[in-house]
Every structure is written in C-alpha cells, then in structure tokens.
Design a protein around this ligand. Sequence first.
Ligand SMILES: Cc1cc2nc3c(=O)[nH]c(=O)nc-3n(C[C@H](O)[C@H](O)[C@H](O)COP(=O)(O)OP(=O)(O)OC[C@H]3O[C@@H](n4cnc5c(N)ncnc54)[C@H](O)[C@@H]3O)c2cc1C
Length: 443
Amino acid sequence: MPATSHPAVTDHLVIVGNGMAGHRLVEALAGKPGRPARITVIGDEPEPAYNRILLSPLLAGEMAREALTLHDSDWYAEQGIELVLGERVTDIDRAARRLTTDAGRTLEYDRLVLATGSQPARPPVPGLELPGVEVFRDLRDAEALIHFTQSQAAKQGGSAVVIGGGLLGLEAAEGLRKRGQGQGGLRVSLLQRDARLMNRQLDLTAARLLENTLRGRGLDIRTDARLERLEAGADGRVGAVRLDDGTRLPADCVVVAIGILPKVGLARTAGLTVERGIVVDAWLTTSDPAIHALGECCEFEGQTFGLVEPIWRQVEVLAAHLAGETVAGYVDTPCATKLKVSGVALYAFGPTEPEAGHEVLTYHDPQQGDYRRLLLKEGRLEGAVLYGDTAAGPWYFEQALAGRDLGPCRGALLLGAADARERLDDDADTATDSPHSPAKEAA
Ligand SMILES: Cc1cc2nc3c(=O)[nH]c(=O)nc-3n(C[C@H](O)[C@H](O)[C@H](O)COP(=O)(O)OP(=O)(O)OC[C@H]3O[C@@H](n4cnc5c(N)ncnc54)[C@H](O)[C@@H]3O)c2cc1C
C-alpha cells in the first residue's frame, strides 16, 4: 500500500523482516496503547510468519506444516497492521526516510526496524553451487529436503551428507534419517570438523554419549572430518563429498549447516554501523536514531545471536521503547542449549571445559546413559552439561543466573533439583534457628 494513502499519519513504523523477531515485535506492539499510529511489516518470504524452530520436527515428520503458522494474514488486518509479503527491501534512503522493495514499492517511514535475521554460512570449497546442495533455514529449505527424501534417489538406497555437527546439523541429519528410514534406507552421514559433536556446548563425554546414541540409530557420524570439495555426479547434480584425507562419500543431497551470518547487506549499504551484525545500543537503536535492529541481524556489545531466548528479551525492550514507555535497556545474559532430537535429552550452559578455579562435579551412569557435569567456582554454578536425565537442568540454570552459593547443598547437587533444594532449605532453616541469627534475636 503506498504511503500516500495515509496522509494524516506522522508516526509510521516499518518493520523489515517477518520472521521470529519481527513477528514477535508486532505481537508485542499490538497490545500497547502507545504503539505507533501506523505499522507496516514487510517480509520477503511468501507466507506469514511461522515458527522457524519447528522446521526441525517438520523435517523429521513429527509435526504438520499448519502447526508452524504463528498468525495468518487476517490477524494482521484485525490488528490494523499492514502486511506486505513476498517482497524484499532492497534500499533504504535514510535522508528521505524512504525504502524500496524489489517489486518497486516505495514506503516512507518515521521509524524503521530491521529484523532481517541471518543466512547460512558456506564453507569456501568448490562444488557448493551444484544442484542438490541445500541449506536448512526456511520453509522452502525444509520442503526441498522433504522432497528429496521422497525422491527416487533417496528411495533406492541413496545418500545424504550433512556438513556441520552443531545443533542445526544434528537436527537436519536426524530429520533426514527419520524421513528416509521407511523408504529403502537413505544413508545419512554427518561431518563434523571438530573432534566432537556440539563442541561449543558439550564436553567430550556428553558428546560421545550423543554420538553413540545417534550412531545406534543408523547415522554415520564422522568427527575430525575436513571437507575438501563437492563433486558432481553424471547427471550434473552433486554426487559425492570429498574429504581432505581422500575419503569419498557418495551424496545425492548435501546439507550445509556450519553456522549463520547476520544479514547485514541492507544496513551496510544504507551506511549504518555494521561489524559482524548491525551494531545496536541497549535500546536496540542503530547508529541512526530512527532505525532499530533486533534478532539475529543485530550485534550488541560484540555479541550476535542464534537462539530465540535473548531475542524475546530484545523484543520486550524495543516494543516498550517504540510505544513510548520507560524501559530498562537490554542486558545480555547466558542461554541454555537443548537439542530437538526426539529421544535425546541434553541440556547445557556455560563453559564446556573447566577454567582456572573451577571445581568439577561429575556423575556418570553408563548403564542408564545418564551423565551430569557441573562446573562450580567458589560454590557458584558456572556451567553444566546434562545428558540423559535432564530434569534438573532448568533449576541448575536458574541457580547459575542467580549466582547462588550452592555450598550448603554441594553433596546433593548431582542428585537432582529436589534433593539439592531440600538441603538448601534445611540450611536456610538452620541459619534461621541459630541463636546468632538476626531472626532469632528479633524474636
Ligand atoms: C531449523 C532451525 C531450528 C532452530 N531451532 C532453534 C531452537 O530450538 N531454539 C532456538 O532458540 N533457536 C532455534 N533456531 C534459531 C531461531 O530460529 C532464530 O534464532 C530466529 O528465527 C531468529 O529470528 P530473526 O527474526 O532474527 O530471524 P528470522 O526468523 O530468520 O527472520 C528474518 C526474516 O527476515 C526476512 N528478510 C531478510 N532480509 C529481508 C529483506 N531485505 N526484506 C524483507 N524481508 C527480509 C527473512 O526472509 C526472514 O523471514 C532454529 C533455526 C532453524 C533454522
């Protein structure tokens, strides 16, 4: 809709990107009395926002497509929000406060939010341009992978190779394996450059447990695997993956999942300050006071983002700020990691290796496949890796965030949250009952 159809409006907020961050921001603003008078959302994907996190269960065949939709187009209309889909913003004229889309639409804004997310990183190896080389970022990627699992190649004992042993690579590989298992045995290999899976989140023991579980399901996992190139098959599509030790793995489909890069091209061309991401302050304001950025495209205090939890906190701050409310700035706090592979329970936060001054507490029951390793410094929890029984994970995380002294329940810490909490409560009671405690004296 052209800007001229709203001549009286002087507070036009335009949000570029209708992904997880852009959508959540709209949702938060919709309920605020001080919201901008006119809001337009422009997204280059053809459908209204969907839950990107659920692409993994969609690929694994555990969830239907409809379950991913966050709100349909009618909802935006009901909220009085204009929604432009299938158009990419290609240019921002900051002096004129006007943007242009690839469909030739121009739109004037008073305030602008960039929520452009990120794009898959690609390793610098030959053959990446071959047909059959996919990424796993959006609905079309998931659909292409599902389509592959239903192809003749996959059904006739074909092979897929996933490059990257982080969260995304593991979820892609397990999804392909599950989809392909009933169809004549799609062989799925996963290549990890590091010596262990999820090397940013797991210690070696937990990584090995994960590896063994996934191997037991039929995934071909190769660690210390260095990609050299992708080779074309007779049909011109990708046909094989070649490693630097000479190994050749047949591949009818290759999924690249080695990491993400913030989408900053638009911001950079517009002259905003960009490092790895679009640089923002604690109110998610860029180097131009009229332009904000949030989500995976932004960078705050040198940090970029790859999980939704910090993004939800950014949304709260920015929504309040845009609605004219007084709000404390965004503060970056640690995040916990979970893996969405059914039947695999894993929970981790903090450093993967002990650092100076860390005390390491470990519990391992190989029979049950349970493993817990805690890193404490001066009685305070700084890191945890849980595999198998992860029930206590959120409690550990809470204690770490609170910086609580867990000395009193140290002996029960590995037994789980209930036991540890009981000891802490007992300790607190004892302290209260002490003849020297202030409570006792007051009584
Ligand atoms: C398969 C998968 C599983 C994941 N699982 C988890 C999980 O379990 N837990 C977790 O915390 N995180 C998970 N993530 C990460 C999470 O999805 C992202 O952190 C989140 O989507 C980031 O939100 P965003 O809005 O910044 O980016 P996005 O959701 O990517 O949204 C950005 C949107 O902007 C659009 N866009 C970009 N440029 C333009 C332009 N110029 N014009 C118009 N539109 C544009 C993009 O097409 C996209 O629709 C997962 C991601 C994937 C891909």
